[in-house]
Design a protein around this ligand. Structure first.
Ligand code: ADQ
Length: 464
C-alpha cells in the first residue's frame, strides 16, 4: 500500500485539531485518507547539542517521526537563514534580509541532517511531499542518497520575481535544488511565473513540449496549486459551543456598532501598521463613524527571536495606544488589539460577528484568513472582505474589495465602502466568493497535488 510521507518544519498534532492551524488539519486529513508518515522538527532544541533519537508517535494508520535540533541549528537554520534570509527576501523585504554566509551553511547542514534521518524510514513505494521554504535542499539530498520515490515540493510563501530573488547570494543553488523535485507547486500563477522566468531568463532553461522545463541539467514540472480550507467545517463552527459563545458575546457588544476584524500572526509581511493607520484615517475623514465602528485585531506574536518581529510588535502597541488615546470615548475604544491566539471554532464566531474582514498583507503566499472569513459568514447577512492585491488569495477572490495595502487613503475609503455596502451587493459578492472557497477545499488541493505528482513521476529520469 502506497504511503504518503509529508515533511514539514513543524509536525502535527494528529489529534486535538480544533486548536491546530488550518494547514495542519488539512495535512492530517490527507494522511488519514491514504495512510502515512509525517516527518519534521519536534519543536525542541536538544540541550546537550547532540541529535536526539527519533521521537515516534503512532495513531492508527498515521505516524509522526520528529527530531530535536541543536542550538546552533536552531539559530542558523530556523531563526537564521529560514526566517532572516529566505522569509524576508521571498516577501520582497530585501531591507530586512541578513546575507550572512554562516546562516546559509547552517541551513544546508540541517537540510542534509533531516534527509539522512528520513532515508531509513522510507519504503520503496512511498510518495514524498516536502513543504515550504525550510527545506529547499531536502529533495536534492534525498536524490543524492539514491532515493527514487516521487518527491514533490510545495512552496507556501511567494516566489518573487528574479530581480528580487537574485539578491540572495546562493539563488542558483536554491533554484537548482528545486529542480531535484519531480513536481514543484506554487500558490498562484504569479509565483509560478517568477520561477519560470528565472529558469528561462536567468539560467537559459528551455520549455519542453510536455510543459516541463529543462535547466541546469535537470528537468522539472512546475504548476500553481492554490491552497484551500475546510470550508464546510468553517461554515458550521458557529453552531459549536465555542463558536456560539463568541458570536453572542461580540454581537451583544456590537448591537449598535459594526466591527472590522483582522486575524494574523504578528509579522511585518501582514501590513498591520498600515491597517491601524487606515482605520485612524477613516475616523479622521468620516468622524460620523466614531463610536460606531471598531477594529478588532487578533495577532499573536511569532518568531520573537528575530528582532524585526519584536520591533513590529512594539510599533503596533505604540500605534494602537496612540490611536486609542486620540479617539476613545468613555463608552468606546476604537482598536482592540489582542495578542493571543484563539481556537478555530472561536475564530469562526468572531468572523461571523464582524461586518468587515480586513486582510491586507504587503505580500502573502495565499492567506487562509481571507477564506475562513468568507466561509464563516451568515448567508442572509454576510460581511465584506477587504483584501490586499498582494495576497495570493486575490488571484482567485476577485469579488472582494481589492486594495493596495500601502495606500492608507485607499484602504480608508475601502473600509468606508465596506461598512456602507447595501445588503444586496454584499450577498452578491459573498455568494461568488463562497462558491470558490467551498469548491477549492484543502482536501481537493492536496489530492490535485499528489495525483499530479504520481502521474508525472518517471523513476528512470530521476537525477542526482
Ligand atoms: P501564515 O503566514 O501563517 O501561513 P495564513 O494563511 O493567514 O498565514 O494562515 C494563518 C492561519 O493561522 C489561519 O488558519 C488562521 O486562522 C490561523 N491564525 C492566525 N492568527 C490566529 C489567532 N490569533 N488565533 C488562532 N489562529 C490564528 C503560510 C503563508 C500563507 C499561506 C499559508 C498556507 O504565509 O500565505 O496561506 O501558509 O499555505
Amino acid at each position: 500500500m502506497t504511503r504518503i510521507v509529508i515533511v514539514s518544519n513543524r509536525v502535527g498534532p494528529l489529534t486535538d485539531t480544533g486548536r491546530a492551524g488550518g494547514l495542519a488539519v488539512a495535512l492530517v486529513d490527507v494522511l488519514r485518507e491514504r495512510g502515512g508518515l509525517w516527518f519534521g522538527w519536534s519543536g525542541e532544541v536538544s540541550e546537550d547539542g547532540t541529535y536526539s533519537p527519533l521521537r515516534l508517535y503512532e495513531d492508527g494508520n498515521v505516524s509522526t517521526a520528529t527530531i530535536d535540533v541543536a542550538q546552533a541549528d536552531y539559530d542558523e537554520f530556523y531563526a537564521g537563514y529560514s526566517n532572516r534570509a529566505l522569509w524576508p527576501t521571498l516577501h520582497y523585504r530585501l531591507d530586512l534580509t541578513d546575507f550572512d554566509r554562516r546562516l546559509e551553511e547552517g541551513y544546508r547542514r540541517v537540510n542534509e541532517r533531516f534527509a539522512s534521518r528520513l532515508v531509513p524510514l522510507l519504503r520503496p513505494d512511498d510518495i514524498v511531499w516536502v513543504h515550504d521554504y525550510h527545506f529547499f535542499f531536502l529533495g536534492e539530498t534525498l536524490r543524492a542518497a539514491g532515493v527514487e520515490n516521487p518527491i514533490g515540493f510545495f512552496l507556501h510563501i511567494p516566489f518573487p520575481v528574479p530581480e528580487v530573488l537574485t539578491a540572495l547570494p546562493n539563488h542558483k543553488d536554491i533554484v537548482k535544488a528545486m529542480l531535484a523535485y519531480d513536481l514543484v507547486g506554487f500558490q498562484t500563477s504569479q509565483h509560478l511565473s517568477g520561477f519560470e522566468r528565472y529558469l528561462l531568463e536567468e539560467v537559459d532553461g528551455e520549455r519542453l513540449e510536455d510543459g516541463s522545463i529543462a535547466a541546469m541539467d535537470r528537468r522539472v514540472v512546475a504548476d500553481a496549486f492554490p491552497i484551500g480550507i475546510d470550508g464546510e467545517a468553517f461554515s458550521t463552527f458557529h453552531e459549536t459551543t465555542e463558536g456560539r459563545e463568541n458570536f453572542t458575546l461580540m454581537r451583544s457588544e456590537l448591537e449598535t456598532r459594526k466591527q472590522i476584524v483582522g486575524v494574523d500572526r504578528i509579522d511585518y509581511s501582514k501590513g498591520l501598521p498600515e491597517r491601524f493607520e487606515a482605520f485612524e484615517r477613516l475616523l479622521e475623514l468620516y468622524p460620523e463613524h466614531k463610536g460606531e465602528v471598531s477594529l478588532l485585531q487578533i495577532a499573536p506574536p511569532s518568531r520573537s527571536e528575530v528582532r524585526a518581529y519584536t520591533q513590529i510588535q512594539r510599533l503596533l502597541e505604540g500605534l494602537s495606544g496612540r490611536i486609542n488615546g486620540r479617539f476613545s470615548d468613555l463608552d468606546w475604544t476604537p482598536i482592540h488589539f489582542i495578542t493571543r491566539s484563539f481556537p478555530r471554532r472561536a475564530l469562526a464566531g468572531i468572523y461571523r460577528a464582524s461586518a468587515v474582514g480586513l486582510v491586507t498583507p504587503l505580500r502573502d503566499g495565499m492567506n487562509l484568513v481571507a477564506k475562513e472569513y468568507i466561509a464563516a459568514q451568515d448567508p442572509e447577512d454576510p460581511g465584506v472582505l477587504v483584501l490586499s492585491r498582494f495576497a495570493g488569495a486575490a488571484e482567485e477572490m476577485r469579488e472582494a474589495l481589492i486594495v493596495n495595502p500601502y495606500s492608507i487613503d485607499e484602504l480608508a475609503e475601502a473600509l468606508r465602502r465596506a461598512i456602507q455596502m447595501p445588503l444586496e451587493e454584499r450577498k452578491e459578492r459573498w455568494t461568488a466568493l463562497n462558491a470558490k472557497v467551498m469548491t477549492n477545499t484543502a482536501s481537493n488541493w492536496s489530492r490535485r497535488f499528489l495525483d499530479r505528482l504520481v502521474e508525472i513521476h518517471t523513476p528512470a529520469e530521476a537525477d542526482g
